[in-house]
Design a protein around this ligand. Structure first.
Ligand code: RB5
Length: 145
């Protein structure tokens, strides 16, 4: 997990959880770039989602994390960018499966939905689970065509 380069972003409704996850990832020696927002001033989640999504498809970072109030807006926005597979997750099983079967490259979380400790568990599982490939590769490739 510590050999990955992560980019993380949030809107104002996700900034507290974003800051907690950044501290958590740094404790684990994970390299993490904070793409904003940097204050609790209201801002528009599609702007941050697009920035993080573009960094992922340009291979600047291995994986991305996006946080808003629910995670839903961020996932809708990020999935508009070709090559992004953003999964909004609020349980550890879905976190694992979104990597194993879907090769999700962006994790979306809702600060108003998941508590800090669950968010940390979801993030750790998501970052440390590898895509299974095999029969799932064909299906994931179909998403791009
Ligand atoms: C902001 O109030 C909220 O709408 C946003 O963070 C997000 O939850 C949208 O999906």
């Amino acid at each position: 997990m510590s050999n990955q380069k992560i980019v993380i972003g949030s809107d104002h409704a996700g900034i507290n959880l974003k800051n907690k996850l950044i501290a958590h990832l740094k404790d684990l020696d994970v390299s993490v770039f904070d793409a904003g927002t940097y204050s609790s001033e209201p801002c528009d989640y599609p702007v941050i989602a697009k920035e993080v999504a573009n960094l992922i498809v340009q291979n600047e970072y291995d994986k991305g994390i996006l946080i808003c109030g629910t995670g839903v807006g961020m996932s809708i926005a990020a999935n508009k960018v070709k090559g992004v597979r953003a999964a909004v997750v609020s349980d550890t099983c879905s976190a694992k499966m979104s990597r194993l079967h879907n090769n999700a490259n962006i994790l979306c979380l809702g600060e108003r939905i998941v508590g800090e400790e669950l968010a940390k568990d979801i993030t750790d599982i998501w970052l440390s689970t590898e895509f299974l490939e095999g029969r799932h590769l064909k299906r994931v490739n179909m998403l791009e065509n």
